[in-house]
Design a protein. Structure first.
Length: 155
């Protein structure tokens, strides 16, 4: 279930009105929902806060009550996933999300979408038409499993 959440967060989008800058870092926050047509099918909903850029960043996933479910941090040195007291390390954020989600996810495209930039990612399509309302829908058609990601940004 958490792997689906991570896939969602790393395959999402956002609105320029929902960004804020802390130094040279941008931050996006809101809610996300991911449905994965895997075996078994998975569905996940969480709050998120994403800070950084494709080369270095941090993703926090929270429950509806604000409890931290997972923290993903990455840089040129690698990526870590922290869940409670458990920490796992990977060579890159791409390796981390591939291990958790079972397939590569478009981390760079996420940041492009968040900045209202189209990104050509094989197998993925993102609908940015409601970005001004803080809503994005991204779908993965291939490779399997199919996935549907919905993001609602905080105003």
């Amino acid at each position: 279930m958490l792997s689906a959440a991570l896939m969602t967060a790393l395959a999402g989008c956002a609105s320029p009105r929902a960004t804020r800058t802390a130094g040279s870092q941008k931050t996006w926050s809101g809610r996300l929902a991911l449905q994965v047509d895997g075996d078994p099918p998975q569905s996940f909903h969480a709050g998120f806060e994403l800070t950084g850029q494709p080369a270095e960043g941090e993703l926090r996933l929270t429950s509806p009550l604000g409890t931290l479910l997972a923290l993903v941090q990455w840089s040129a040195e690698g990526a870590t996933l922290t869940q409670g007291s458990q920490v796992t390390r990977h060579a890159s954020v791409e390796d981390l999300v591939t291990t958790l989600g079972g397939a590569p996810l478009p981390v760079k495209a996420l940041f492009d979408w968040l900045q209202d930039q189209p990104a050509d990612v094989p197998g993925w399509s993102a609908d940015l038409s409601r970005l001004s309302e803080g809503r994005i829908v991204a779908q993965r058609q291939s490779p399997a499993p199919l996935a549907n990601l919905r993001i609602i940004l905080d105003p």
